[in-house]
Design a protein around this ligand. Structure first.
Ligand SMILES: [Zn+2]
Ligand SMILES: [Zn+2]
Ligand SMILES: [Zn+2]
Ligand SMILES: [Zn+2]
Length: 222
């Protein structure tokens, strides 16, 4: 996944240097995925650079309005859903709010977010780069191998939203696997005030804000 995105970006870079406008259009129409731009924003940005300065200026005003709208949308999202996530981060690719529990950025589909240096937890799973607690026996986000010698200490301030059906261990919202017994969490996370349920995984989503299901990566606007 990641290598694909990197190669997209590299090929976009190569085209930029040679760049006339026709070249950009050709690149955007290319049927070879690697030769296309990584996303519509990048394509637009590359095309704008080929325009005369006066036209670039006029477009800047539109861009400003666009970023104001993004800000309003972001604030509305955080106001509505912020409390459901223990911590909100920004996506490294699109800057929109994401949570550590997500499998991909639901706004832009990026899978490049890592939490090694910004996790809300004390330790990091080496497999999925998400935070874990020392006492957990398994990573609840990626079904990785068991964590080494789980601590008997219980971290303070950890939220318990439900109990594991199998082992009665405490589960946090949006966990995929039980960190105590490793079993898949059977009950889908359906949480208010999310208005929709993903048709694929059955967890809560909101396609007013998101383009992808953050839990199973399904596109929400097909
Ligand atoms: Zn994103
Ligand atoms: Zn993991
Ligand atoms: Zn369990
Ligand atoms: Zn889903």
């Amino acid at each position: 996944m990641n290598t694909n995105k990197v190669s997209n970006r590299e090929s976009a870079g190569l085209h930029l240097k040679s760049g006339n406008r026709l070249g950009k259009y050709r690149q955007s129409l290319s049927i070879v995925p690697e030769q296309r731009f990584a996303n519509a924003d990048k394509m637009l940005a590359a095309m704008i650079k080929t325009l005369p300065k006066s036209q670039q200026k006029a477009l800047k005003v539109t861009e400003q309005k666009e970023s104001d709208w993004h800000k309003v949308r972001r604030e509305a999202f955080v106001k509505r859903y912020g409390r459901l996530f223990n911590a909100i981060f920004r996506c490294v690719d699109c800057d929109e709010p994401i949570a550590e529990t997500m499998q991909m950025c639901p706004w832009c589909g990026s899978e490049k977010n890592r939490f090694d240096t910004r996790s809300q937890f004390t330790h990091i799973c080496p497999r999925c780069h998400k935070g874990v607690l020392l006492e957990w026996r398994f990573c609840p986000w990626c079904y990785g191998l068991g964590l080494k010698s789980p601590s008997s200490i219980r971290s303070a301030g950890v939220y318990c939203h439900t109990l594991c059906k199998y082992c009665n261990g405490k589960l946090m919202r949006f966990m995929r696997y039980c960190p105590w017994c490793h079993r898949k969490v059977r009950q889908p996370w359906r949480i208010r005030p999310f208005p929709e349920i993903c048709g694929r995984c059955g967890w809560s989503t909101d396609s007013d804000f998101w383009s992808y299901c953050p839990w199973c990566k399904q596109g929400l606007r097909q």
